[in-house]
Structure formats: C-alpha cells, structure tokens
Design a protein around this ligand. Structure first.
Ligand code: SAM
Ligand code: SF4
Length: 482
C-alpha cells in the first residue's frame, strides 16, 4: 500500500482494519501515504446525480477532497457507492514524484472511451499537466488545479449545462478555498487548512507550481471552524499547510502562528492540536515554548530536513544549514516535555556524493528521529533541479535509500524500546476484531496496538502501558487510572 520509495516508519506493524467510517492509513508522522484507495462515496438514494472521488497524496489533498465533496453535496449531488455507480468521477491527484503522476494516468486509462459519466482531474497533476490531460485522456471533461477550487461551482455549472471540456488553472489567487460544508471522513481527527500554497522555491519541488503562492486564512475563520468541530464532537484537530508555521493572519487581529496555536488549543472540547508541515526556516523557539506550556498542543514536531549535507541543502535551496537546523533540534530536545521529532529526507539528489550521503546518515544519528519519510529523488517538470548535472543512477538511489531506512529502523527500535514500561494517554482510532486488538496514537503520534477488557473504545482517551516495542509501533495493554 505504501509507495516503494516512500517507505516511512510505517504506522502499522500489526495489520489493523481501517476505521469503520472510511478509514485512512497514516504513518507515524500523521502524513498520509500515497495510496489510491482513499475515496469519498456513500450509498446512494434519490434521483440526484452522484459523485465519487478518489484521492492521491498528502493530507492536504485528503482534506481538499472532503471540501470538494461538501461542495458537491451542498449542490444536490449525492455520494455514490462506487466509482462504477457515479455520474461524476473525480480524481484528486498528486504530482510530487513521477510515480504518483503515473498512477493517476493509469487510473484514467481504465475509463478509456467512457461516455456515460463525467470524468474530472483535480489537484496537483491537473495544474501541472493542464490541457495535456485532455490530449492524453480525451474522455476527461474537467481539469481543475487546487489553487482554482473556488472556481469549481462555475466549472460544474458549465458541465451541467452541456459544456464538454472545462478547465480551471488560475494560479493568481489570493484567497483560500472555503466551503460551507466539509464532508469529513475521519470521525476521530479533523483537519483544518490554515495556509495554502508555498512561497519557498526548493529546487526539486513542484508544489509552488501546482498549489500557487502562499495565502493564509483569517484567524477568525480558523477558530470558528475549530469551535464547530468541537461542537460536533471532535477532540483532535490537525492544522494543515505546506509550510504551516509560515502562517500570517491576514485579518486585523494579525495573530502569529503561535498565537493561533494557543487559541485553537483553548477551544473548549479540543484536547489535541497537531500541525504539519513545519519549515525549519520559520521554526522559532516560541513554538517549543507553546508546546511546553500548553498540554493540548501535541508533543510532536514534523521538521523536514531533506539532507544532512550543507552543499546539498544549498543546491536544494532549503535556506538553512545543517548547524542551523541542529540548533532548532536542540531547542526541541531542551523542552520540559519529551517532544517526538520526525522528518522528510531525499536521497540521490543530483550531485549527491558518498560524502554528502554520509552527512545525512550522521544527521540521523545526531538527531535520533522518531520517524522519517524517506524519498528517492524524482526529477519534476518546472523545477530547477531537473536540469542539474550529475544525476544519480536509479540503482544507486535505491541502494542509498535502503541503507538510510535500515539505519533509521535501528534508531527507532532503540528509541521505542526505551518506552517499554511507560504509560501513555492514547486516543483510540481503530479496532481489529480478528486480533481482538485496539489501536490509537499517543500525543507524540506514536502508533500503539493494545488489548483491553473494555468494549466500544473508538474515540476515547485511555491509558495504555507499553509492553513491547517494534521499530514502527508499540504494543501495550489498557490500564485503569490509579
Ligand atoms: N513543505 C514541506 C517542506 O518543506 O518540508 C514538504 C512538502 S512536500 C509535499 C513533501 C515531501 O516530499 C518533501 O518534504 C520532500 O521530502 C518530498 N519531495 C518533494 N519533491 C520531491 C522530489 N522531486 N523527489 C523526491 N521527493 C520529493
Ligand atoms: Fe516544496 Fe520547499 Fe515549498 Fe516544501 S517548502 S512545499 S518542499 S517548495
């Protein structure tokens, strides 16, 4: 299920059923793995037109799908039970790596010659390929990039009134995508996008081209959504953004990211607040202080480093050095709470020497990450790294990736073994009836599988004592509070 070059510290060492209500597989940073079986679609009823959305990529895409589904439901569409049953079949796509893009085209190929249903491509690949999608798959009639979702009502109206091909690819947007209804699929954790797009220009990354410039949402809109979610029974909120900590409140209140964190954490009923992804350049000590002093802010920070080599970091245009990054890690390690740290790493960037790669390995040892997403560099259109000399052969990239993952596996095992005997508060989010096991996450986002004499634990906060450790998850037992 996980992309082969995106093997992360998997969240699930023991197989667990997906959530009863359209479950989602997340790895230990809470970032969704690239997979093609995330879908929105429910049983049908009535005579309205129906839709089905298949989602690829990150949490931001998953949450965009929830918003697009909400918009379609508000417009009178109903969710179909399967892709085959739907009148409108939408693919919300990812193009972060070549493999992700290929997957979408192979999915589209399954509908070759289809005339009865409307097929649409949303998201990053739509933005990247634009009209080319109509060329490669002439049976597609809607192409809309994620920066243009605000245009979806017009585009869908055009299709409804007989339009054959409609397209929304505008990147010059200064507003975020707000919907009146969001159809949430995860009954335990709710996402709120607080910032969209990206103003950085990492030389390997398509995101600034596919998601447009950075724009933050007004703090009042974020806070009222958090209150509505708490009222609906959610206790855990995850704030989302490609560079979530670059948040700048566009409203007169002008809240900083940390002020927003504190306010969301103080919403009555909200017990856990997470945020991802933080850019090291905008990572300030105040974030650590806020976590230290606010129990509802989870003790986990995802801080992608990408490489341990200063030379490669410069070529990647990451805007920080290894030492500057390590300084920030030392703030986190110096906190009163034990904060878990996870990261993203790319191996095989053009020109990466053995020495550069060794620098990344020593960085793993120095930081002692609790989890990483590791990627083999994939050249992307419209990025400057694509034309850089000294491409690393695929076989060599795979070799480095395997070495990196093995080193990290050992680090995680050692770190997790130290937790045996400790007791954590766990938010229960899964049940495996066949194994008679429950699963949930600690505040530090560690996945724990456990047994309990109790029933109906989904959505509850309980105490779990760790009895065994694996590299990617823990095993434990439910203990009663003393
Ligand atoms: N904004 C986040 C940051 O700056 O860390 C990352 C967002 S990006 C969607 C997720 C991850 O994909 C990146 O951190 C990077 O490790 C990986 N990635 C992006 N472009 C890639 C490429 N061309 N090849 C391999 N991995 C890539
Ligand atoms: Fe891509 Fe860099 Fe922006 Fe992250 S900060 S989304 S890696 S360009």
């Amino acid at each position: 299920m996980l992309d082969s070059n995106r093997i992360m510290s998997k969240g699930f060492d023991v197989e667990i059923d997906t959530l009863a209500n359209g479950g989602q597989a997340e790895d230990s940073t809470g970032v969704l793995s690239e997979r093609s079986d995330l879908s929105v679609g429910l049983s049908s009823g009535g005579g309205a037109k129906s839709f089905y959305i298949e989602t690829f990529g990150c949490q931001m895409n998953v949450h965009d799908t929830e918003k697009v589904a909400g918009f379609l439901l508000a417009r009178g569409y109903r969710a179909a039970a399967s892709a085959t049953d739907a009148d409108l079949m939408l693919y919300n796509t990812c193009s972060i790596r070549e493999k992700a893009a290929q997957k979408v085209f192979s999915r589209l190929g399954e509908w070759r010659g289809e005339r009865r249903k409307v097929i649409g491509v949303l998201g990053c690949l739509a933005q990247q390929e634009g009209e080319e999608i109509f060329e490669r798959a002439p049976w597609v009639s809607l192409v809309c990039g994620s920066a243009s979702y605000r245009k979806l009502p017009e585009l869908v109206a055009e299709l409804e009134s007989g339009g054959r091909r409609v397209m929304g690819l505008d990147l010059n947007v200064d507003e975020t995508f707000e919907t009146e209804i969001t159809r949430r699929d995860n009954p335990i954790r709710a996402y709120i996008t607080i910032i969209e797009g990206c103003d950085y220009a990492c030389s390997y990354c398509v995101v600034p081209h596919t998601r447009g410039p950075e724009r933050s949402r007004a703090s009042d809109a974020v806070l009222s959504e958090a209150r509505r979610l708490a009222y609906a029974g959610y206790t855990e909120i995850q704030l989302l953004g490609q560079t979530v900590n670059s948040y700048r409140d566009p409203s007169p209140r002008k809240l900083s990211f940390v002020e927003l964190l504190r306010e969301v954490a103080s919403v009555i009923g909200i017990r856990r607040v997470r945020f991802t992804t933080s850019h090291p350049n905008d990572f300030h000590r105040e974030i650590v202080d806020a976590i230290d002093s606010t129990l509802a802010l989870c003790d986990h920070i995802h801080l992608p480093v990408q490489s341990g080599s200063d030379r490669i970091l410069r070529e990647m245009r990451r805007t920080y050095t290894r030492d500057e990054y390590l300084d920030k890690i030392s703030w986190i390690r110096g906190a009163r709470r034990a904060i878990s740290i996870t990261s993203d790493i790319i191996v095989g960037f053009p020109g990466e020497s053995e020495r550069d790669f060794e620098d990344t390995l020593t960085l793993l040892d120095e930081v002692g990450y609790d989890g990483i997403f590791s990627f083999s560099y994939s050249p992307r259109p419209n990025t400057t790294a694509t034309s850089m000399p000294d491409a690393i052969p695929e076989a060599e990239k795979s070799r480095r990736l395997a070495i990196l993952q093995e080193r990290q596996r050992q680090i995680q095992l050692t770190r997790n073994e130290k937790l045996v005997g400790e007791t954590f508060e766990v938010l229960v989010d899964n049940h495996n009836a066949a194994r008679a096991q429950w699963a949930g996450r600690t505040s530090s986002n560690r996945m724990i599988n456990f047994t309990s004499p109790r029933e109906n634990l989904l959505g509850e906060y309980i105490q779990v004592k760790v009895t065994r450790a694996a590299p990617h998850s823990l095993v434990g037992e439910h203990v009663a509070l003393q």
